[in-house]
Design a protein around this ligand. Structure first.
Ligand SMILES: CC(C)(COP(=O)(O)OP(=O)(O)OC[C@H]1O[C@@H](n2cnc3c(N)ncnc32)[C@H](O)[C@@H]1OP(=O)(O)O)[C@@H](O)C(=O)NCCC(=O)NCCS
Length: 246
């Protein structure tokens, strides 16, 4: 009897241990697969993904789940069709979102050694977003309006709560002529531009290489000068002949 009790107790404990282990694994498996699936929500058709390898060869990834697994902390959502996303293989992109809200748009983020986090990239129809190498972001919202483009040069650095947009989101008209006054306009950011906390860039802005956009500043007009500090609202050049280090 004692022997039976001992064997029963032993097998019970062993079973209990395995059961617990099985439940933990099952729970983790469900959590991980759910996470991967929910990272990619496609409402349109013919949306294509490309991955850029270190040697710059570009390969199309046809299995959407494979793409989602490569960037597990990136949420991608399509509402339209015929969009193209190209991401460098080595991107360390976390807690970020790409929303392709329209049709026929393109997004490309080049190789980066830096971290991109808490960022969102939203594109409407016929728009383009190009981000060059070594982009660093602690929180940017980029909003590319219809028929417009936004480009950022190499080694741009974004601190917290930066916003860049090529459209105002809602049209404004002249009461006299009915003319659309605030059409989307391209935004061009040069190389090594540092955006301090809460910097905002509006439609039609060009910022040249090696500039700093100061804290809480809103740039509304093109600044055709490199190596300067742009500050205030509206943003104006407050210092010239500067350079900065990350
Ligand atoms: C851009 C920055 C670094 C420039 O610093 P700086 O070279 O010491 O510049 P100064 O303080 O000498 O300012 C130069 C002029 O611009 C003005 N200015 C500076 N920052 C400004 C701002 N954010 N908004 C409006 N005006 C500003 C100053 O009042 C000064 O004006 P004056 O010449 O009439 O006196 C600094 O203004 C800034 O934005 N710091 C915050 C950085 C940040 O967000 N860091 C987070 C970690 S990434």
């Amino acid at each position: 009897m004692k022997l039976f009790e001992k064997t029963y107790k032993l097998s019970y404990t062993r079973m209990g241990y395995l059961d617990r282990k099985y439940i933990v694994y099952k729970f983790l498996f469900i959590k991980i697969t759910r996470r991967i699936k929910s990272n990619l929500i496609s409402g349109g058709e013919n949306n294509r993904f490309f991955v850029k390898a270190k040697d710059n060869t570009v390969k199309e990834i046809t299995n959407l789940d494979t793409f989602a697994k490569m960037y597990p902390n990136l949420k991608i959502m399509f509402e339209g069709s015929n969009n193209k996303i190209t991401l460098a293989e080595d991107l360390n992109i976390r807690t970020s979102k790409i929303f392709m809200r329209g049709h026929d748009s393109e997004l490309c983020i080049e190789h980066s050694k830096e971290l991109i986090q808490r960022s969102s990239f939203e594109l409407l129809s016929n728009s383009k977003l190009y981000i060059d190498e070594d982009f660093l972001s602690n929180g940017i919202k980029i909003y590319v309006g219809e028929n417009s483009q936004i480009s950022l040069g190499k080694r741009c650095m974004c601190c917290h709560s930066i916003r860049i947009r090529s459209t105002d989101g809602h049209p404004v008209y002249s009461t006299e002529t009915k003319e659309h006054l605030n059409v989307p306009k391209d935004v061009r950011i040069g190389n090594r531009v540092w955006f301090a906390d809460n910097a905002v860039v509006l439609k039609g802005v060009t910022i040249k290489d090696d500039c700093v956009v100061a804290l809480n500043s809103t740039v509304t007009k093109p600044i055709y000068e490199s190596n300067c500090i742009i500050a205030g609202n509206p943003g104006k050049i407050v210092k010239r002949n500067i350079y900065w280090e990350p």
